[in-house]
Write a protein that binds this ligand. Structure first.
Ligand code: AMP
Length: 360
């Protein structure tokens, strides 16, 4: 695709979704002199605080979506489960990036596995499941222990159940609500890594250094960079990220989550067609963050420098963790980011902090 002239400063970026990712995208856009219009189905969405314009309406309201898109020079999305019809409605009034294919594939865990495996990129052994019989026959191919995950609308470990032994199958099937699912073998891994890549409208690719991630209760707790992986594994992680971004014709930031096994090989778990929690460290440890690079890509700007000037450890502030903000704010070498959410419910991402260290 040919890149059109970059959107000049003063242009408006429409963002579907008003969470912390939208908030950080809007802040990054403002650094480039761009305005943002946020569309959310919640009032008091965190991103409203930092945007020029806000629309509150359901994602199914095609009229409101078209009206919103007409006010923007380009539209993007900060969450991955946006309905295809919403993107289509916005697309009638503005250009939309990333392309619908990136969302369609990412929203369906089975399509995602098929897509990734189609490029000879490693994935866990898997099988599509539409019934308890399918699950039983899938278990014959996918070795135990295994995980069953709903094909759609799972995130942060939700919509998943572990099957340790064959007799767990029925309970697991019930636990996920007997919906279309994918069964996958549990991967024995040394560490979880992710790569944040950005692809411009002309196909230029940029990559941030691979990150090592620690999850707790299915939610990202901490990201560390550099990851403790070899140069050849880092090279392979980037190659995989680039191959997926290119095959999708993706425009914008994309995050690929992988498992590194003991032999250094990589297995892709999933990708997110958007800025990602495991890329928050780029705000403080890179010249141009994932948020700004997403904005640059969708606005047709040259991609920004992804180079990292510091080592970094990013920690999420989940629920009541946010009460540490005073102490963290007093810490030298630490950048504190709070998302402006009023209520610190358990499991809710309230903010994060990044500790910077001299690059080794
Ligand atoms: P997901 O919702 O697919 O991102 O899964 C959430 C977390 O569960 C991952 O970050 C892993 O820690 C773990 N997990 C998911 N799938 C697998 C798997 N096939 N093998 C081992 N761990 C997994």
């Amino acid at each position: 695709m040919m890149r059109e002239a970059p959107l000049p400063p003063g242009s408006t970026i429409g963002i579907l979704g008003g969470g912390q990712l939208g908030r950080m995208l809007a802040a990054a856009a403002s650094r480039l002199g761009l305005k943002t219009h946020i569309y959310s189905d919640e009032d008091n969405a965190p991103a409203f605080d930092v945007a020029a314009e806000a629309t509150v309406a359901p994602y199914t309201d095609t009229q409101a979506l078209e009206h919103f898109a007409a006010s923007a020079d380009v539209v993007t999305c900060e969450f991955e489960n946006v309905p295809a019809a919403s993107l289509e409605a916005a697309g009638r009034a503005a250009k939309v990036f990333p392309p619908p294919k990136s969302f369609a594939v990412a929203q369906d865990r089975l399509a995602e596995k098929d897509f990734i495996a189609g490029f000879s990129i490693g994935v866990a052994p898997y099988a599509g499941v539409e019934s308890l019989d399918d699950l039983r026959s899938g278990l014959a191919r996918v070795k135990l222990p295994a995980l069953i995950k709903t094909r759609r609308l799972g995130y942060d470990g939700k919509g998943q159940a572990l099957i340790r032994v064959a007799r767990d199958a029925e309970d697991a099937w019930a636990a996920i609500g007997r919906v279309h699912a994918v069964l996958e073998g549990v991967v024995l891994f040394e560490r979880e890594v992710s790569v944040i890549a950005v692809r411009g409208q002309e196909g230029t690719l940029g990559f941030y250094d691979p990150v090592e991630n620690v999850h707790e209760n299915g939610i990202l707790a901490m990201s560390r960079v550099p990851a403790d992986i070899s140069a050849s594994t880092a090279f392979e992680a980037r190659r995989i990220a680039g191959a997926i971004a290119e095959a999708l014709g993706h425009v914008g930031v994309i995050a690929i989550e992988m498992f590194e096994r003991a032999d250094g090989s990589l297995i892709v778990n999933e990708f997110a067609p958007r800025v990602h929690n495991s890329g928050h460290w780029t705000l403080d440890a890179c010249v141009v963050s994932q948020f700004e690079n997403h904005v640059r890509a969708i606005a047709g700007w040259p991609l920004g420098d992804t180079a990292r000037h510091s080592d970094a450890v990013m920690t999420n502030l989940i629920g009541a963790d946010v009460e540490q903000w005073r102490a963290l704010a007093a810490e030298p070498g630490t950048a504190v980011h709070l998302y402006g959410k009023a209520e610190a419910r358990p499991g809710r991402k309230m903010g994060h902090y990044t500790r910077l260290y001299p690059k080794r």
